[in-house]
Design a protein around this ligand. Structure first.
Ligand code: SF4
Length: 341
């Protein structure tokens, strides 16, 4: 099988052309074709010499793959299914809104973290995506020209696939790559301290942390990662890091009925986050089979939001999208993929 060019950084392309004995400037030309233009074969790289194209074609292919299935929600959200290496499948959700169109990308096939409210976690980890497979979800999206925002909130924990995720961010935000502003990209994590630290140091993209409770014992029941990486330590790290004023830090808070939605939760949450320039996103819970949790009704969420706001914490309720096609938060899963005939 040929190696894929798509997903390689400029540094990797420079190394590759050197090994192939091609002129150094070929690396920039290849990056330009891969990330700034639309081509499907190496032969389409028309400013490369015929010889260079031949040498490349012997060992490499572009490596883009189209989605193999799409489902559309009543609210316009679309869920795309992609096949990735290891005979695995992943999903991406395209969420159009009035002024922004967001793509929620996956970083892993399945996930090993087993958060109890998440369908992906029920699959277990099947494999990590390469940076090319992460970016293919953007590049091969039929609506790619309309995209305004990318969130790494699909299947998988991005920081369990740190190197490939960082490579994909480098390609997304570099001038030689997609040239996106980091302000339009958000990486969402359950919070793995060493990776959070490294991410804050090396990337300017926005960061979202899944919190879901201000209390450690309660959070541990929802997110087993709390045992190894307590949220309090992540928050302390963020508090002690100088955050560029353009970078957004947010905390995700799925609201479970009578579990984490009481006034004392709101007050404890406000105390935990005090002094941090951040936003809390309150998220509707979408029940999944085998999990005895219910969602907080909208009026309860509004009361919680108002209490947080009154304590000086910016909090908003995130609109639920794509629930009828299982594209809403926590519902992505390819456990029972049924391909159309
Ligand atoms: S919420 Fe994220 S980290 Fe937790 S199981 Fe689901 S995909 Fe994995």
């Amino acid at each position: 099988m040929k190696e894929k060019l798509f997903g390689k950084t400029l540094e990797e392309l420079k190394l590759l052309v050197r090994e192939l004995g091609l002129p150094a400037f070929t690396a920039t030309q290849i990056a330009d074709w891969l990330y700034r233009k639309d081509i499907t074969t190496i032969q389409d790289m028309s400013n490369l010499s015929k010889k260079a194209r031949g040498i490349l074609e012997d060992k490499f292919e572009i490596g883009l793959t189209k989605p193999i299935q799409v489902q559309e929600s009543q609210d316009g959200t679309k869920k795309y299914l992609f096949k990735v290496s290891g005979q695995n499948y992943i999903e991406s959700a395209y969420i159009p809104e009035l002024k922004r169109n967001t793509l929620c990308v996956s970083s892993q096939a399945g996930c090993m973290r087993r958060c109890i409210f998440c369908m992906t976690g029920k699959q277990g980890l099947l494999g990590n995506l390469s940076s090319g497979e992460i970016l293919n979800q953007v590049k091969s999206l039929p609506e790619k020209e309309t995209l305004t925002n990318i969130v790494y909130m699909g299947m998988g924990e991005p920081f369990d696939n740190f190197n490939e995720v960082m490579k994909s961010l480098e390609i997304m935000t570099s001038d030689w790559g997609f040239g996106w502003s980091p302000k339009r990209i958000t990486v969402s994590t359950i919070g793995i301290l060493p990776a959070v630290r490294k991410f804050l140091e090396k990337s300017s993209c926005n960061l979202a942390i899944s919190l879901h409770s201000p209390y450690d014992i309660e959070r541990e029941k929802l997110l087993p990662v709390e045992r190894a990486h307590p949220a309090s330590e992540i928050i302390e790290e963020i508090r002690n890091t100088e955050i560029n004023r353009y970078r957004k830090i947010s905390f995700e808070y799925i609201m479970f009925k009578e579990l984490n939605d009481t006034p004392h939760h709101a007050i404890a949450l406000a105390m935990l986050l005090s002094g941090i320039r951040c936003r809390v996103n309150l998220i509707h819970y979408h029940p999944i089979p085998g999990t005895p949790l219910g969602g907080t009704p909208l009026n309860g969420m509004e009361r919680f939001r108002d209490l947080l706001n009154s304590k000086g914490i910016v909090a908003t309720i995130r609109k639920s999208r794509g629930q009828d096609i299982d594209a809403a938060c926590g519902l992505l899963s390819t456990k029972e993929v049924k391909l159309m005939p």
